[in-house]
Design a protein around this ligand. Structure first.
Ligand code: FAD
Ligand code: NDP
Length: 515
């Protein structure tokens, strides 16, 4: 076949397949829209845009209520405005500070003794980037012919959404399908001073003054990540832990991560809960707390208190009862097809009960749902083996089961854990601590030893684990992993060198980098 002919035939086959994929929805004239999406975050936007690509008439509502501290933002939801994106930028800012010190060891002539970040400049740069993303999002919606209304939508009945356009003026629209993608917002503890004097991740990325000495309450993803970038930027965070660090993650890895943070000078207040926050005469914040192990009370003074105690689903404005949608713990209950208890009403993203609260999960689930509703697809979202990363200075990334889960589900006698510490080559010259660079593979003990979980603490963990996540989903075995030739010298190659099992009791510390 000539090159020209090949091009023509592949182009027309791709057009054919996209037409098959996105056959136009047959609109039901009884309704104003084929789809109304409540919430313009990762899940809602992905669903709305995919549905529009499939020919559906789509309307998307998005509205952000200001935080108690008065922070508000534009379209795009948590990830873009107050989540993944500003967090990754602040994480990068903090890593760059560390890199400047390393650069000196590598021979750069830099005055690293007087290194200080300009917090306001950093916040301005982060916010400018966010505004550009907000703008692109609106243009994208317009180009894809998704109508957008900046208002709170709530159910009047299962096909009718009501919204406020201005005080005392309410409008209604009807839709054949409704997708609820309203996400969540940070929780505040029910203690004196919490709302008035504390802030959350919704405020920190646009916070006008330097955070200074900061109490971070909560030891989940948000708490650890915020504490780490604040420390990297030269502030003094303390993490208050109610029970354990990173509940739900592999215990050994979580404890290693906490040890890494302690080594970097971040103190933990263990088994402690806050009791009150008061503003002192000098403007600083007096926090009283209680240690539940020693049953003692204590107090300390901070410049900023950041609540990172989890998130609640934004169901209160939806009037879900009018539509017959069942909830559990302020989340919406859905089946494997993201269908709620009410016909024609679906939910995706953080608002659904019992699924990972992560942007790529929200996006893929939203897209797949739109294809099922408007393009005849039957593909369901697979919520298993979703990879994730905690963006601390040595990052922690994992996919699949923790060691505890594997043992609980399969029995300790059926599980083999391969593990090892390693020394990133680039750490030697600046003499960075390698004490917490560690990885492990949790595998079946028999046959080719199917891998059930991979865990890695080290530099750029998310980049390392992403590819392995695809391999794990394709049935990766220890045999295949050890037969894979590594890329030297990288840290990812350490997965191809995992030869020591925990059961053997052998020392997992490496002798040199290249043996
Ligand atoms: P959201 O993005 O929250 O969008 C919902 C939207 O609906 C919001 O704009 C909301 O205001 C609006 N809304 C609510 N009610 C209504 C209503 N009745 N009418 C109209 N609009 C309404 N995930 C990752 O994968 N990687 C990360 O690194 C990461 N970092 C994070 C860091 C932080 C600090 C936080 C808080 C989260 C982070 N996440 C991360 C999680 C990620 O942000 C969420 O999983 C994702 O944003 C969920 O998308 P969503 O569309 O379900 O909800
Ligand atoms: P998490 O649920 O992960 O953590 C909440 C933390 O707060 C836990 O340590 C919990 O302790 C503690 N806590 C809860 N209630 C109280 C209380 N009343 N007083 C004191 N401590 C309390 O929530 P996050 O807000 O950290 O994160 C929410 C979700 O956002 C995550 O599940 C994740 O999916 C997503 N996210 C993802 C990120 C990423 O991908 N990198 C980054 C940030 C967020 P206990 O264990 O005792 O319950």
């Amino acid at each position: 076949m000539s090159a020209m002919k090949f091009l023509r035939s592949s182009a027309s086959s791709s057009i054919r397949s996209s037409l098959r994929w996105c056959r136009h929805a047959s609109s039901n004239p009884r309704y104003d829209y084929d789809l109304v999406v409540l919430g313009g975050g990762s899940a809602g936007l992905a669903c709305a845009k995919e549905a529009a690509d499939c020919g559906a008439r789509v309307l998307c509502f998005d509205f952000v209520k200001p935080t108690p501290a008065g922070t508000k933002w534009g379209i795009g939801g948590t990830c873009v405005n107050v989540g993944c994106i500003p967090k990754k930028l602040m994480h990068q800012a903090s890593l760059l500070g560390e890199a400047v010190h390393e650069a000196v060891a590598y021979g750069w002539n830099v005055d690293d003794q007087n290194l200080r970040p300009d917090w306001r400049k950093l916040v301005r740069s982060v916010q400018n980037h966010i505004k550009s993303v907000n703008w692109v999002t609106r243009v994208d919606l317009r180009d894809k012919k998704v109508e957008y209304v900046n208002s709170v939508g709530s159910f009047l009945d299962s096909h009718t959404i009501e919204y406020v356009v201005r005080p005392n003026e309410r409008l209604q629209v009807t839709s054949e399908f409704v997708v609820v993608a309203v996400g969540g917002r940070p929780r505040y503890p029910d203690i004196p001073g919490a709302l008035e004097l504390g802030i959350t991740s919704d405020d920190i990325f646009s916070y006008e003054r330097e955070p200074g000495r900061t109490l971070v309450v909560g030891a989940g993803y948000v708490g650890l990540e915020c504490a780490c970038f604040l420390k990297g930027l030269g502030y003094e965070p303390t993490v208050m832990v109610r029970s354990i660090v990173l509940r739900g993650f592999d215990r050994q890895m979580s404890e290693l991560l906490a040890a890494m943070m302690t080594e970097r000078g971040i103190p933990f207040l263990g088994t402690t809960i806050p009791k009150s926050v008061e503003r002192q005469e000098d403007g600083r914040l007096l926090v009283r707390y209680h240690n539940t192990t020693t049953q003692t009370d204590g107090s300390d003074v901070f410049d900023t208190v950041l609540w990172a105690i989890g998130r609640k689903g934004l169901i209160e404005d939806l009037n879900l009862a009018a539509a017959g949608v069942k909830t559990h713990n302020d989340k919406i209950v859905v089946d494997a097809a993201e269908a709620t208890s009410a016909p024609h009403i679906f939910a995706v993203g953080d608002i659904i009960y019992g699924r990972p609260e992560l942007t790529p999960v929200a996006i893929l689930a939203g897209r797949l749902l739109a294809r099922r509703l408007f393009a005849g697809s039957t593909q369901l979202m697979d919520y298993a083996d979703v990879a994730t990363t905690v963006f601390t200075p040595l990052e922690y990334s994992c996919v699949g089961m923790s060691e505890e889960t594997a043992i609980e589900l399969r029995g300790a006698e059926n599980i083999e854990v391969f593990h090892g510490y390693y020394k990133p080559t680039e750490f030697f010259i600046p003499q960075k601590s390698v004490r917490h660079c560690y990885l492990k593979a949790v595998a079946e003990i028999s046959g080719d030893q199917k891998i059930l979980g991979l865990h890695y603490i080290g530099p750029v963990a998310g980049e390392v684990i992403q590819g392995f996540a695809a391999a794990l989903k394709s049935g990766l075995t220890v045999k295949t992993l050890l037969n894979t030739v590594g890329i030297h010298p990288t840290t990812a190659e350490e997965f191809t060198r995992l030869s020591i099992t925990k059961r053997s009791g052998r020392d997992p510390t490496p002798a040199s980098c290249c043996s």
